[in-house]
Design a protein around this ligand. Structure first.
Ligand code: CP
Length: 308
């Protein structure tokens, strides 16, 4: 059983707790695959989503996860909320907390926002992405996808490519994968590699795309986060695609049947070619499906911890 109130990142989550969430998510996947998609594991529970940044996958999968488990939810539309009248993050969170909400899912453009405000509310906080810091449930769903394909994470080699500097997904994956015994090969433009990345656990820095992808069990492209980028970090999208993008030839350097992963949304023909996004090795849609199972598991386990 989880013993913590919040899920803020994988940096501070133990190997045992990561494994617990993954094994619970594997069970939850049976509900996702069944018809009707129903269980009572969050019956009587309530969730609120508070997204200060846009989302398709994360927000809708939390909503579905809540519904499949018999809970109720409200999704605050930040653009039309009192945030526009100047309401602070703390007051917005305290307002939602006053509805006796069990779980608040928050995404914000500033790193550390969920960590700063979690102690001020009774609800369990789930970090749905904070700036460039962490996106724990994304990394958990990526790991679930690998675990379901290979039966394990330990001993796998995973290439993470492209815009590492702005990627909370990369950071959460590095924390999580390294704890579970995977090797992480990193390659991207020098301008998009953050300081200190080479010192993170399990990381091997690579000098070429071929070195990074060769022999990998999974190849993860990352979205070029143009909204977080100061101008001039890459010469052009076309140039990036040529040097750092994954196409059929690049994917052939990995192990036979290696998984192609991407957190989405994909810039097609930039990080990944059209052919590989829709190809046989693409597990991108499987990642999305696993996202519902992982979020069911996280909500269920946090709620159990709160009620125990
Ligand atoms: N991967 C991810 O966080 O996607 P969304 O921005 O659509 O939620």
């Amino acid at each position: 059983m989880l013993k913590q109130k919040d899920l803020l990142g994988l940096k501070d989550l133990s190997k045992e707790n990561i494994e617990l969430i993954l094994s619970t998510a594997d069970e939850m996947r049976k509900v996702v695959d069944s018809s009707p998609k129903k269980c009572d594991l969050f019956k009587g529970g309530s969730m609120a989503t508070l997204f200060y940044e846009n989302s398709t996958r994360t927000k809708s999968s939390f909503e579905l996860a809540c519904s499949y488990m018999g809970g109720v939810y409200t999704s605050l539309n930040v653009a039309t909320s009192s945030v526009n009248k100047g309401e602070s993050i703390l007051d917005t969170l305290k307002t939602i907390d006053s509805f006796d909400t069990d779980i608040i899912v928050i995404r914000h453009s500033k790193s550390g926002v969920p960590h700063v405000f979690a102690p001020y509310v009774k609800a369990s906080i789930i970090n749905a992405g904070d700036g460039t810091n962490e996106h724990p449930t994304q990394a958990l769903l990526d790991m679930l996808t690998m675990k379901r394909a290979y039966g394990k994470i330990e001993g796998l080699t995973v290439a993470i490519l492209g815009d590492i500097k702005h990627s909370r997904v990369a950071r959460s994956n590095i924390w999580g994968l390294s704890k579970l015994g995977a090797e992480i090969k990193i390659f991207g433009p020098e301008t998009l590699l953050p300081k200190g990345i080479e010192k993170m656990p399990g990381v091997k820095m690579c000098g070429s795309l071929k070195e990074a992808v060769s022999g990998c069990d999974a190849v993860m492209g990352l979205r070029l986060q143009l909204e977080r980028m100061t101008k001039g970090l890459i010469p052009s999208m076309g140039e990036f695609a040529k040097k750092f993008g994954v196409n059929e030839e690049v994917l052939s350097w990995a192990k036979k049947d290696a998984l192609l992963l991407h957190p989405g949304p994909v810039n097609r023909n930039v990080e990944l070619s059209y052919t590989v996004v829709d190809g046989d090795q693409s597990f991108i849609n499987e990642q999305v499906t696993n996202g519902v199972a992982v979020r069911m598991a996280a909500m269920y386990l946090l709620n159990q911890a709160k009620r125990s």
